[in-house]
Design a protein around this ligand. Structure first.
Ligand SMILES: Nc1ncnc2c1ncn2[C@@H]1O[C@H](COP(=O)(O)OP(=O)(O)OP(=O)(O)O)[C@@H](O)[C@H]1O
Ligand SMILES: [Mg+2]
Length: 204
């Protein structure tokens, strides 16, 4: 088995076009809490990967969930992390890519799916299609607040990771988001309010 990633929370292995995501123990957590947290996130991630797929958002296909070993088995997406290709794209390509990503985020939100960690590290481009992965911090939540927070996580991550192309990326993203989601404007307004609130709080 080949190790493909050692993340903050999980180790990922690849064999025969199948990915195994195993949530690892964290020694600094109390064992019972660690066990419960890994269980919850494993189950949640498997559920959300499937829900997202049904909502029209490409994700790996979940093949198995093992609650004892905290493992998800899923199909391998042969592609590149969006994070690593941003700097190689022309303006037009960047536009097309992020408008697509915005419309996928809108499809999630229309189905009340919150990703929880919307960053370009958790998106893979494979044969012209964008796949969303890493739903372990997600939830099903219909509230404007949850959706607005999801967008804010994305906006902040673009600011820190892709600051040179921030403006182009966000414009394309929000235009894709709005076009796929009638209530999108309200969510965007809420995102801005949450950000202001955060600034206010942290400025005190
Ligand atoms: N189904 C998949 N197909 C191909 N690659 C995958 C797949 N799932 C995960 N990966 C790769 O493994 C990496 C880590 O996976 P994931 O983001 O789900 O775990 P994580 O523990 O949250 O990691 P991180 O802390 O790096 O975000 C991804 O960035 C991606 O490169
Ligand atoms: Mg990740």
């Amino acid at each position: 088995m080949e190790v493909i990633a050692k993340g903050a929370e999980a180790n990922l292995y690849l064999e025969d076009n199948i990915v195994l995501k195993e949530r690892i123990r964290k020694e600094y957590r109390i064992p019972e809490i660690d066990e419960a947290l890994r269980s919850t996130r494993t189950k949640r991630e498997a559920k959300l990967l499937s829900l997202a797929r049904r909502a029209g958002v490409p994700t790996p296909v979940v093949l198995d969930v093992d609650n004892r070993s905290k493992c998800i088995t899923m199909s391998y997406v042969d592609g590149e992390k969006v994070k690593y290709i941003v700097d190689t794209l022309s303006e037009e390509e960047l536009n097309r890519l992020f408008s697509e990503i915005g419309s996928l985020a809108a499809k999630l939100h229309r189905a009340n799916i919150i990703h929880g960690d919307l960053t370009t590290s958790n998106m893979l481009l494979s044969q012209g299609r964008v796949f969303f992965i890493d739903f372990g911090l997600g939830e099903v939540n219909p509230s404007l607040e949850a959706k607005g927070t999801d967008l804010l996580v994305f906006r902040k991550s673009v600011r820190s990771t892709h600051y040179r192309r921030e403006k182009e990326i966000l414009e394309a993203f929000f235009s894709g988001y709005r076009s796929e989601y009638p209530e999108g404007e309200e969510v965007i307004e809420r995102m801005k309010r949450i950000e202001k609130r955060g600034r206010y709080v942290s400025a005190r």
